[in-house]
Ligand binder design. Sequence first.
Ligand code: SF4
Ligand code: SF4
Length: 469
Amino acid sequence: MAVPLSQMWAVASYVLRQRVARRRHYATVLMLEPLLRCNLACAGCGKIQYPAHVLKKEMAVADALAAVEECGAPIISIPGGEPMMYSHIGELVRELVARKKYIYLCTNALLLKQRLEEGVFSPSKFLTFSVHMDGDRDAHDFAVCREGTYDKAYEAIKLAVSLGYRVTTNTTLFNHVDVARTRRFFDEMMALGVESMTVSPGYSYQKAPDQHGFLKRENTYQLFRSLLENPRKHWQFNQSPLFMQFLMGKLHLECTPWGNPCYTLFGWQRPCYLLQEGYARTFRELIETTDWDSYGRASGNPKCANCMVHCGYEPTAVHETFNSLGGFLKTVAATFAGVPDSARGHNITPPPVTRRVTTGEAAPDAPELERALRDAVDFRGDVRITTRDGGVHEGYLFNVSDDLVEYFPSREAGVAALRRADVTGVERVGRDFADGKSWEAWVRKYHEQKAARAAGEKVETIGIFSEPL
Ligand code: SF4
Ligand code: SF4
């Protein structure tokens, strides 16, 4: 069985309780991002392109736990950045286990062996390592832009399994995927002893260096049909059967982004893990003030047109499964219909609560200023903000609401906020960390390094990072 019965029951009973309470907007999985820095720089990742002073920040454990309590979701997924680099990862996991939360710790596993040897974790039915593996050795090393990562993750998985930990893999598929090799990769992972596998079409991150690899909806259907046709008996997937049918184009689901909310260093991200359209200070504020009708395919929002990622659609599938007898029967039917039968199934700053607010006399609203502020929120470098009282403020601007403009100051800890009405100007002053040049440079470097090694030159490491793993 892919998932322990106790976990299934925790989710099922939670969904039923929401139904009894007639709650429409509730979360089944909280995606908790305690930091944004990583020891890799994958071409398809849109999470790590920030100025150094933002990448150095880490969420306080108390802040993370307050978010967990307020949200109430039975499952906590900890992505990042790389959570094994988070200074308090052991403490955070212990606290979550004590609260009987089922944790999926999403890691590239480069530090997993080290953390296991340090005794940071203990095996528990509540703790699963979800290891980032984007295919076989060649496919994975290319996707994560660093040679040697597959072997390192492979060894770490083997060790974690042998120590009695729950381990799953997490595979993101892009449009250059080779179906036959990926099927062999599934065999290899199951033979390694992982509990189950998660597969997802690549998130079309606006800020990812590689903008060419994301799948359009029709390509996703085709890919998943070929991949999951005649599934092998021993494949286990950590996804609901209805979501797998959706990926294969056999079932229509609508996005319910509130089902997998993301709490990050900036607050509760609107509307989902993928898009960054402002932040709320509390889960309640997120639920009550986000214009949910503007998102999902049915909304006509072009940003959602090709999106089929699990953070939007898996909660819909889970809701369908447990919310009615019809949904439950549909899931049973999907389980026996040949969709994988196995588918049975981040320097420390205070949490962003204490905001220093600078005030002044109100400045007139101007369309250019509105545009400049929108542009500044989208920019992944530092900006300079001027205020009516003559003040000049520099930092990473992450949120503009009706009343406040919030930013991480470049040279101070914590979060600062200005009254929206006081702002008179904003200009880019830092480097755009998501300008796309890094991907082109990486591809060029990768091919040069491969050619040099093939020609007999000594090339120690192929990848963005020069030091060996
Ligand atoms: S995808 Fe994961 S491993 Fe790769 S750079 Fe982003 S956070 Fe790091
Ligand atoms: S469709 Fe995708 S991008 Fe749009 S809200 Fe849902 S999860 Fe986010």
